[in-house]
Design a protein around this ligand. Structure first.
Ligand code: AMP
Length: 282
């Protein structure tokens, strides 16, 4: 397994495989890998000749006062996990390699899809995401790129960007991987103390409770939102950032639940902000 830090070297390495007729699968990550990330890697390994995993904590997708500096990092541990998954190359560029002094080019998806949910609570976040993944797609000549349903809004925005800018690649979405007790795996879970870790179970519980009332026939958005709100409020330290119910295809606003919906939550425990979601069919 190669570990490559330079953009030029990564691009040449991928180009040589591309010219040899190989398909390239890219898994973009910010590192501190867990089984959620590895599910993406395994899917790529099954479907592509060459698998590249990028490990890059992207500063431009973090807002002022967010956790860019504290974000957990452990490249040698990540490399060990990726070697076991038979990954061909890890791309781990320093920040100045991706954004040299004077860097000024950004890719932005506009409209409702980037304005609600995390777009509303983290201004500029998705512009940072679409910029870095555009760069990664160009650097790695990816035929397929793998994204987790854990960040459902991100996957939908990247998919829209790829279609609208005619990137010649396919976005593959991988289901959320959870801990045995239901908490969605996240690199940020390490920030939680033991008590917060227990309380964080309310995210998945709220989604499950909402799914149940929808399946029992409830179609009113406010009623379903209230089910989730009440469940989260059972946890004394939870501070709700958002609870949203949107059209599962494009995150457009729905009046009533008549089509598949995405239930989505962001909840803070202390300084830790957790997100989770569930796609519910009707
Ligand atoms: P991150 O390192 O948090 O930026 O995540 C990198 C990729 O892994 C993103 O596409 C995430 O959606 C995906 N991912 C993170 N956690 C999970 C999880 N628990 N299940 C599935 N995919 C995940």
């Amino acid at each position: 397994m190669q570990i490559i830090n330079s953009v030029q070297e990564m691009q040449q390495w991928c180009l040589s495989h591309k010219k040899a007729g190989k398909t390239i699968g890219l898994v973009p990550t910010m590192g501190y890998l867990h089984n959620g990330h590895l599910a993406l890697v395994k899917a790529a390994r099954k479907e592509c000749d060459i698998v590249v995993v990028s490990v890059f904590v992207n500063p431009i997708q973090f807002g002022v006062g967010e956790d860019f500096e504290e974000y957990p990092r452990d490249l040698s541990h990540d490399a060990g996990l990726l070697e076991k998954e038979q990954v061909n190359a890890v791309f781990a560029p320093p920040v100045r390699e991706m954004y040299p002094a004077g860097y000024n080019t950004f890719v932005e998806v506009t409209g409702e899809i980037t304005q609600k949910m995390c777009g509303n609570s983290r201004p500029g976040h998705f512009k940072g995401v679409t910029t870095v993944v555009s760069k990664l797609f160009h650097i790695c000549f990816a035929d397929r790129a793998y994204f987790g349903q854990k960040d459902a809004q991100q996957a939908m925005i990247v998919d829209k960007m790829v279609r609208e800018l005619n990137f010649p690649l396919e976005i593959i979405r991988v289901p959320i991987v959870r801990e045995p007790d239901g908490l969605a795996m996240s690199s940020r879970n390490v920030y939680l103390d033991a008590d917060q870790r227990k309380q964080a179970l309310v995210l998945n519980q709220a989604l499950q409770a909402a799914q149940q009332v929808i399946q029992e026939g409830e179609r009113n958005i406010e009623v379903v939102r209230d089910v989730m709100k009440k469940k989260i409020e059972q946890s004394p330290d939870a501070r709700i950032d958002y609870i949203e119910i949107n059209d599962a295809r494009d995150l457009s606003t729905v009046e009533r639940i008549t089509e598949p919906v995405l239930l989505a939550l962001a909840v803070r425990f202390g300084n830790t902000r957790l997100i989770d979601n569930l796609l519910v069919e009707v």
